[in-house]
Ligand binder design. Structure first.
Ligand SMILES: [Zn+2]
Length: 241
């Protein structure tokens, strides 16, 4: 259950759960008949809690939904695991926002071309990668070029336009290598999982390259706590997934 669902459920059984229970006992027709009155009852409850009908501020409501907003988290809540790395403009997983999938976004600049990038690996869950340009006058111009290798056979793909890449579970991918940056571009990574699970495939690159690529091994069961600034690794350029 995530924070917003917890918020919805704090006064007891949610409407959806209640209707589901009713449907299970007496059939969907009864549930349908009940839905409208329940909706009205909820609207009445909201109106009673906000008689002026005005938008409420987080302060006025005691920050009921604060934990749904990354920018309203304290450093101790937000700077956990990858959330402590400044290269991510936004980062969340289940340790930062309860119930959240692994999600990150970064702005890739010229410095990304100076590093070898992320080495070959696979995840137990699917992954989505998104690359977007940042020129509103030319939204279909990525302003950059990068390479992604797929499969044990290392099939090479060159990307120079905004795109989305779906990587099925347990599919080898990378190296990821940024080759040109004319204009910084947005790069988003999302796992179909609440924590990163990753198996490094070091044997797929020459031995003399293994210490140049980034490799991560994680079973997806790890829990991340707050990492104080003094304990953080030195900032390195964005490297992709
Ligand atoms: Zn990956």
């Amino acid at each position: 259950m995530n924070s917003s669902q917890q918020c919805e459920n704090e006064k007891g059984t949610s409407r959806r759960g209640f209707v589901r229970d009713i449907a299970g006992m007496a059939g969907i027709t009864v549930a349908g008949m009940l839905t409208s009155p329940l909706l009205q009852a909820k609207d009445d409850r909201i109106a009673a809690s906000n008689p002026q009908g005005e938008p409420s501020s987080p302060q006025a409501t005691g920050s009921k939904y604060r934990k749904c907003f990354l920018n309203e988290l304290t450093p101790e809540e937000r700077e956990k695991g990858f959330g402590s790395q400044s290269m991510f403009l936004v980062f969340s997983d289940d340790d930062i926002i309860e119930g959240s999938q692994f999600f990150s976004a970064m702005l890739m600049g010229e410095s990304a071309t100076k590093v070898a990038g992320h080495g070959p690996h696979m995840h137990p869950h699917p992954e989505i990668l998104v690359a977007l340009g940042t020129d509103p006058e030319h939204p279909h111009d990525l302003g950059a070029e990068f390479e992604v290798y797929m499969g044990m056979e290392m099939e090479k793909h060159v990307i120079d336009k905004p795109t989305l890449i779906y990587i099925p579970a347990r599919t080898v991918h990378c190296p990821f290598k940024v080759t040109k940056v004319r204009r910084p571009f947005l790069f988003i990574q999302s796992q179909y999982a609440s924590k990163l699970g990753e198996k490094a495939m070091r044997d797929l690159v020459p031995a003399d390259m293994r210490d140049k690529y980034i490799f991560i091994d994680a079973d997806g069961m790890q829990r991340d706590g707050y990492i104080p600034p003094a304990q953080r690794a030195k900032r390195r350029p964005a490297t992709g997934s």
